[in-house]
Write a protein that binds this ligand. Sequence first.
Ligand code: NI
Length: 255
Amino acid sequence: MKPMIFDSHAHYDSHQFDEDRHELLLSMQENGIGTIVNCAADWESLTEVVEMAQCYPHVYAAVGLHPDEVGELDEERFAFLKQQCQKEKVVAVGEIGLDYYWDTASHDVQKKWFVRQLELAKELDLPVIIHSRDAAEDTWNVMKEHAQGLRGVIHCFSYSKEMAEEYVKMGFHIGIGGVVTFKNGKKLKEVAQVVPLDRILLETDCPYLAPEPFRGKRNSSLYVPYIAQAIADIKGITYNEVVAQTAKNAKELFL
Ligand code: NI
């Protein structure tokens, strides 16, 4: 039997799926995609991902506010976020972190709510899904201070292999998506090589970051096989080993 894929990071609440969301999600399992974690990012999605998890048996939810969106947070809204985290089938706090590329909120505001959401994950005993872009040093410093004892994944990993090894030592998983198939994805290919397979999670981040040969198009979990094959080629192991082990990793972490 072929092992089923676990897509650890998707955004099916995106408007890019408005035309065919239901059909697409219903087609996953017959296409070998066994489980999906649908991640919240903005304020509306805190509700949408929880509702979608209730509609589809193979879809789970992560609830958290993306660093680009934390400018909207206050204590009242944070209390609502906490409530959403306690709903059925919510398996992680995420995606949370720091994004100095878009820089939509000040670094102090981003750090404040990043720390608060890490503390929330500890309080609720949930793993975390970390987003970090152009903020390697600050993310590492916040994590060192506030993420000890937490489990989770650094999603869409974009830093050096040395940094990846540090997160692995801290007990975290590394999320690898479509970028590993890109010609200019050399850094991530190195990461895929050095990180042990039992610490890698497959992810799409769909509708974004479609792998080759679909780069630039709308992504979906149906394209995860291209990511798994790229990792298998880099590590010199079989496609089935990659799919089976990464699904096991994700299940142990989230389910
Ligand atoms: Ni994402």
